[in-house]
Design a protein around this ligand. Structure first.
Ligand SMILES: [Zn+2]
Length: 113
């Protein structure tokens, strides 16, 4: 499962960060998971508690930002909201565009004790 490997690597990165400063555990973790990142949020939330059990994230409060998908058309430069990364421009119907937001998949911040 895609979400499982994502959560596993988040736990790994959090552990590295905690170790780096000789901390004990993470208190808060802030993630950015864009609507176009391909992450199924229900699976994510299902997996999360199981994966953090016994790790530095065991007591961490989880904060998730989910940026909307936004793109700029490469043909007519219209900016529009997209649900799927293959949506075309609502103005000229061109499939060519630049994704501005929505593909984020990262850890923004970890508060460590
Ligand atoms: Zn267009």
């Amino acid at each position: 499962m895609h979400e499982l490997s994502i959560v596993t690597s988040i736990v790994k990165i959090a552990k590295q960060e905690v170790d780096k400063i000789g901390g004990n555990k993470a208190l808060e973790i802030y993630l950015q998971i864009g609507k176009l990142s391909g992450i199924e949020m229900s699976s994510f939330h299902f997996i999360w508690p199981q994966c953090i059990n016994g790790t530095v994230l065991r007591d961490a409060k989880l904060f998730i930002e989910e940026p909307e998908g936004r793109a700029k058309c490469a043909e007519c430069e219209t900016k529009f909201q997209i649900e799927k990364s293959f949506d075309s421009c609502p103005n000229c119907n061109s499939p060519f565009k630049e994704i501005i937001t929505g593909k984020e998949l990262k850890i923004k911040k970890i508060i460590i004790k």
